[in-house]
Design a protein around this ligand. Structure first.
Ligand SMILES: C[S@@+](CC[C@H](N)C(=O)[O-])C[C@H]1O[C@@H](n2cnc3c(N)ncnc32)[C@H](O)[C@@H]1O
Length: 269
């Protein structure tokens, strides 16, 4: 892919997803878009750009964003976040709250929302409360995997054996597959949502938002708008969890650092 074509892809991807690709990503974009060319039987990047432009349904744009997004994730990634969530939930219950809303924003193949659901079920009897998790991602392909909730054995390394027994069923067959039980799935609502297209249709208020290892793909402009939406959707004293590698310094107004990679919405006095 030559530089001028790469720049066109870069601009389209930024406009449609907020994903900001550096010059260094040229080879990666070339390889991923080439897969779409092969799937469609198209011979050049220029022809593909024409095809993308002519596609009134918008389906090819979804496919392109599916191909570009990076979906690395695992169960109980950054485990101290789940310990803190469990403590906060317990405190909320002790304070008499009955309704809890959580959001996994950029949920990838589901390990994050299912880890949230397991944490909730290990903390309380979820059926006694109005408890919901929203799981969203821009990639329809990855969201399908999230909804299916079926994982290969190597994915289960970070799930303690006790939780594997409680929340997964072994699938019969040659490959060792683990299917998430309905008890967890029931708590989760899955939706496609583009985090760079603000404002969002939800009203909130949310108790906690997990948006981890997603904002690293955005520039400060997209990040700021997203953080304003998170602020709007969080309830006073609600929490935002981000990835350990992410710094939000200088971008926060009403959100204050509570500990590394965790931010709290200040309640209005
Ligand atoms: C590296 S994964 C992070 C998954 C999980 N949150 C974690 O920390 O393990 C990043 C996810 O963000 C999604 N993503 C990227 N850009 C997005 C956008 N504009 N809107 C919504 N999701 C997006 C990708 O599709 C991908 O599934």
């Amino acid at each position: 892919m030559d530089k001028s074509v790469f720049d066109i892809f870069r601009e389209i991807i930024y406009k449609k997803s907020g994903i900001s690709l550096s010059e260094k990503k040229e080879a990666l974009v070339g390889a991923r878009v080439s897969k779409r060319l092969r799937a469609l039987g198209i011979g050049s990047f220029e022809d593909y750009l024409r095809y993308l432009n002519d596609d009134q349904s918008g389906e090819e744009m979804v496919q392109l964003l599916d191909a570009i997004s990076t979906n690395v994730t695992h169960f109980f990634r950054e485990p101290e976040h789940f310990d803190l969530l469990s403590r906060l939930l317990r405190q909320g219950i002790e304070a008499g709250h009955r309704r809890f809303r959580f959001w996994s924003a950029g949920c990838s193949s589901g390990e994050e929302p299912y880890s949230l659901a397991m944490t909730i079920c290990e903390t309380c009897n979820a059926a006694d409360y109005d408890m919901k998790i929203l799981a969203t991602d821009i990639s329809t392909k990855i969201l399908r995997r999230c909804i299916n909730g079926i994982y290969e054995e190597k994915k289960m390394d970070s799930v303690p054996a006790l939780l594997q027994d409680r929340y997964f069923e072994r699938e019969e067959g040659s490959r060792r597959l683990y299917a998430v039980r309905q008890e967890l799935k029931r708590m989760i609502m899955f939706k496609r949502l583009n985090l760079s297209a603000v404002p969002f249709p939800m009203k909130g208020p949310m108790d906690a938002i997990f948006c981890r290892n997603v904002m690293i793909y955005f520039d400060n402009d997209v990040r700021k708008k997203l953080l304003n939406e998170f602020y709007r959707l969080l309830k006073p004293e609600g929490y935002l969890f981000v990835g350990h590698a992410e710094s939000l310094t200088g971008m926060l107004s009403g959100l204050k650092a509570a500990r590394p990679s965790v931010y709290k919405k200040q309640s209005i006095a």
